[in-house]
Design a protein. Structure first.
Length: 474
């Protein structure tokens, strides 16, 4: 075993022992830990924004403050507010007739122990603090493995979490892919991973060796359906705003958009007008996020080059060309590409959006259902029947109607994928339950009903037959 592996093993055992020694933390202890996370974010908001700007090579501090400081603060404060309600034991029914004689049944939510959190590079602060919020609210301790693609941010998170939390409460483990692989193999009480599906399957395989339960948030190609009843101007304006957030580097970013065939040109024109309005320039615009690194930049360029060579129409929404040496890539719309192209096979995760014309919404639904269930699905329109048709005949992790990505901002809604886009969920009460063990507790009453009913050996056949006949029936 290597030195880093031994260090991680020792750290996990230390946290597990601390959890067992201290017992189940009270609501007040949990609130105090949540407050530490709140204090960390508020006290060091600018330093976090600066570190992430440096890691990206260009990311607006305002975007970071809104999406990676303000949003987790909402979850943390809501958890503090709701904690007593979430922790309250739930009454359940004891079997008849035991309940008549004082027997009781209840459900208690008990912390699982030590939670492992593996976070991605696209929202590396929020995707640590959001699951950490739920893990702490549920009474757990945590080990965190940030993405190595954000070295400045990861180092700062390690420093700050060490300063604000005791070394047996929250620990950060930094390192490259080999450290991440070893981290996933640790016998956590629960493992939470956000990232690409290919890596997620490896994480799940590693966790399975310890029978560690996992929550996987994996992303995928999130489709948008612009219904024929929708305002093209309103829909295009909303979609392009969401798509431009973090330059499309979001797991719920709109990936491909179905637009009524006759409205495709108007839709693209409105997208262009809104993009230029928000980003008059791109190459030196601090409001526009750069692609995270050269590897992902080349991936995006590869998608565009393949589509161009196939003769597919590509609309650059900016008047500025893609400049070699700058990772700020103007948003590109790829129109009606063939399904064989990478832009339709792979999750885009960058400043490209596909637009496809359609004639019948049923064909759109069938197209979506023929592919892996996405993390998010979006519908625009005022036709209530069509909306219900889409909701009732598709499967996705979550849905926003007449907007994109906003269901993620609702702290009281569970967030997670389904099938290829993930398993399990978090945020709010559901996040509390994800990191809790739902423990059933039965308390016997004062009367021994089994003996009274004659169900204990030696059996009394006539009495028992009569009782069973009365109970076993349709």
């Amino acid at each position: 075993m290597s030195e880093p592996q031994q260090h991680m093993q020792d750290t996990l055992q230390r946290l597990k022992q601390a959890q067992l020694s201290a017992g189940i933390p009270s609501a007040e202890e949990r609130k105090a830990r949540l407050q530490k996370a709140i204090d960390l974010l508020v006290d060091h908001q600018q330093a976090l924004a600066d570190a992430l700007d440096e890691d990206y090579g260009g990311r607006s501090p305002y975007l970071t403050l809104m999406s990676e400081v303000l949003q987790p603060l909402g979850h943390l404060k809501e958890a503090q507010k709701q904690l007593h309600k979430w922790m309250k034991p739930e009454k359940r029914k004891a079997p008849f007739p035991m309940g008549l004689f004082g027997s009781k049944a209840e459900l208690r939510y008990q912390p699982k122990g030590v939670v492992g959190i593996m976070s991605p590079w696209n929202y590396p602060i929020a995707m640590v603090m959001n699951p950490l919020c739920n893990a702490l609210a549920a009474g757990n301790r945590a080990m965190v493995k940030p993405s190595e693609f954000n070295p400045k941010t990861a180092a700062l998170l390690e420093k700050l979490l060490h300063e604000y939390f005791a070394d047996d409460e929250v620990v950060v483990i930094n390192g490259g892919p080999e450290v991440g692989a070893a981290f996933a193999e640790l016998p956590f009480n629960h493992l939470f991973f956000t990232g690409a599906g290919g890596i997620g399957s490896k994480v799940m395989e590693a966790a399975s060796r310890n029978l560690t339960p996992v929550t996987l948030e994996l992303g995928g190609k999130s489709p948008v359906i612009v219904g024929k009843s929708a305002s093209i101007i309103g829909a295009a304006s909303s979609i392009i705003t969401g798509k431009c957030m973090n330059a499309g580097q979001a797991c719920v970013s709109p990936d491909y958009v179905f637009v009524p065939q006759d409205d495709v040109e108007q839709f693209i024109d409105v997208c262009r007008a809104n993009f230029v309005s928000q980003f008059p320039s791109v190459l030196k615009n601090r409001d526009y996020t750069a692609v995270i690194n050269d590897r992902h930049y080349q991936r995006i360029i590869g998608y565009l080059r393949e589509a161009e060579e196939a003769g597919v129409r590509i609309d650059n929404l900016s008047g500025e060309p893609i400049m070699e040496g700058s990772r700020r890539v103007p948003l590109q719309i790829v129109v009606n590409p063939d399904d064989s192209l990478a832009v339709m096979r792979e999750e885009i995760f960058g400043p490209i959006m596909v637009v496809k014309g359609y004639a019948d919404v049923v064909d759109v639904i069938n197209y979506i259902n023929a592919r892996p269930a996405p993390l998010a699905l979006y519908y625009y329109g005022t036709d209530a029947a069509e909306k219900e048709l889409v909701l009732n005949h598709t499967l996705s992790g979550g849905v926003s109607v007449n907007n994109v990505m906003m269901h993620v901002a609702c702290s009281d809604l569970p967030f997670g994928g389904v099938g290829a886009s993930g398993m399990g969920n978090y945020h709010g009460r559901e996040g509390f339950r994800t990191f809790s063990h739902a423990r059933g507790v039965y308390t016997e009453g004062k009367v021994n009903l089994a003996k009274l009913a004659g169900t204990l050996p030696p059996y009394q056949p006539e009495k028992l037959k009569k009782m069973l006949a009365a109970q076993i029936k349709k």
